[in-house]
Design a protein around this ligand. Structure first.
Ligand code: SF4
Length: 479
């Protein structure tokens, strides 16, 4: 049996898939032009916009990318909210959020804070669109961990954006909290520690990311002082060691998708793709992180957010077009496979603009052997996806998020067509009736997001958050 990983080879004007999964991706990258036109017309008619996460399924992303409208944005969770605000400034009245529930909540909170309460926000399902990671912060274990943080002097909880507003609100009531994303978490930790002497940092709920951050900071603390200064001018080796001494992370939170990039995948990547560029999301298990981090140290890889991965691949292509002659760039994609649509779009645009038909970029989808099923009809004999299909989309395997795939093209048209109708409450972002410390969960839960946005805009933590951390009573006290 041929057990090679599936892959998609991209050239300026063609896509060559290997394996059924890659074939499905390739097919959807050339969507029906009529469907694309209908979507653009509908957006115009309803004064609507779309913000979608990179992990949408191939069919949906194919149409969104082909539409090429300024009222469509495909991005990571942080930029989704920024794009929504920009669209609202441009006069959009309705925004469809294609992602999971914490993303639509985040978009709603950021729009409200920017004064766009009147702009309607919709999800693509009347059912809950969950997330294994977000749910792991909604557990007694997480609460107990936060209580311990709450009894620690000078504690700051840095919570991953992949959590519900209710989780953020409850956490913020126990210990001062700021939200982070995979693209800003390192700077958040560094800046917070530089700004508040003696700070103890509690990161959650993603266990793999917590472990990877610890490993990354440990590596940083061994770098020359000048390199550390470049990363953050107020840090040196000693300060990083102090940061590490006070750094704690939650040990029971997992994204089921990134969990798949474990030992088995790493062994095969090492053995079969030693010549490839290696990319890994910060959420992957430590083995995959270490492999990609080693590659990154020699310029052959990247570890970071979805945007960092996209940027790394784009940079390699930009380098390649500066050199004459045929070239092949193999890239192992260590994150959710939905990223491939944006990668194809960027890579082909770069190759076409330089008229380079002789460069091939091969995107390899590394899928764990327990996440592949026998497929007698396939030339490969196996395809990504567990045998029973549970937890995986029909379009792909377990390198695809089943929650993200609750968003589909049909629902998008349904939601946009009926967005003016009276009966759309079930499609709106979740609302919470719970009051915490006399405030609504939405109000209190938005505060950690606004703290993060302040840090992004001004480069420092807001005074109110610093005050909150410093005023806490410490061991034995209560808020
Ligand atoms: S990939 Fe899916 S399960 Fe993993 S963090 Fe994102 S939404 Fe949650």
């Amino acid at each position: 049996m041929d057990e090679r990983f599936p892959s998609l080879t991209i050239t300026a004007d063609a896509l060559t898939p290997r394996g059924s999964f890659a074939e499905a991706q390739a097919t959807y990258l050339s969507p029906d032009p009529q469907v694309v036109e209908q979507l653009v017309a509908l957006l115009h008619d309803r004064r609507a916009g779309i913000v979608a996460h990179f992990y949408m399924d191939a069919e949906l992303q194919g149409v969104l990318t082909a539409a090429g409208s300024p009222h469509i944005s495909i991005a990571d969770s942080l930029k989704m909210a920024d794009a929504a605000v920009q669209m609202a400034r441009g006069g959009v009245q309705t925004i469809a959020v294609l992602g999971v529930d914490f993303m639509s909540e985040n978009v709603r909170a950021v729009l409200d804070a920017a004064g766009f309460e009147h702009v309607r926000v919709f999800r693509l399902s009347s059912d809950a669109i969950g997330c294994s990671l977000a749910e792991s912060a909604d557990t007694p274990a997480y609460r107990a961990w936060l209580e311990a943080a709450g009894h620690t002097e000078r504690a700051l909880h840095v919570v991953y954006i992949n959590t519900s507003l209710l989780t953020k609100a409850r956490a913020h009531a126990i210990v001062p909290t700021i939200t982070c994303t995979s693209s800003n978490v390192v700077q958040t930790l560094l800046q917070a520690h530089a700004q508040i002497p003696g700070l103890r940092l509690f990161y959650g709920p993603d266990t793999y990311m917590g472990g990877n951050l610890h490993a990354m900071l440990t590596q940083l603390s061994a770098l020359p002082e000048a390199t550390i200064h470049e990363l953050h001018p107020q840090h040196d080796r000693q300060s990083l060691q102090r940061l590490l001494e006070g750094f704690r992370y939650f040990r029971q939170g997992t994204c089921i998708v990134h969990h798949m990039f474990g030992d088995d995948v790493v062994r095969r990547v090492r053995a079969e793709h030693g010549d490839a560029y290696l990319t890994a999301h910060l959420e992957v298990p430590g083995e995959m992180f270490a492999l990609a981090a080693d590659a990154a140290a020699s310029g052959r890889g990247v570890v970071g957010s979805t945007s960092n991965i996209l940027g790394f691949i784009t940079d390699r292509v930009d380098e390649a077009v500066r050199h004459p002659g045929p070239q092949r760039l193999p890239v192992v994609l260590g994150t959710e496979a939905g990223m491939v649509t944006s990668i194809v779009s960027r890579v082909q645009a770069a190759l076409r603009s330089h008229d380079r038909c002789d460069i091939q970029v091969e995107i390899v989808f590394p899928v764990a052997s327990e996440a592949v099923a026998a497929a007698p009809g396939s030339e490969l004999g196996i395809v990504p996806g567990v045998a029973a299909g549970e937890g995986c989309s029909v379009a792909g395997g377990c390198a695809t998020c089943p929650f993200m795939k609750m968003n589909d093209l049909e629902s998008l048209f349904d939601v946009l067509e009926a967005s003016d109708g009276p009966d759309r409450r079930a499609w709106e972002p979740r609302t919470y009736t719970e009051r915490i410390e006399g405030r609504t969960a939405a109000d209190l839960g938005s505060e950690p997001i606004l703290h993060m946005r302040h840090l992004q805009q001004h480069g420092v933590l807001p005074g109110a958050l610093v005050h909150d951390v410093l005023q806490r009573p410490g061991p034995g006290g209560s808020r």
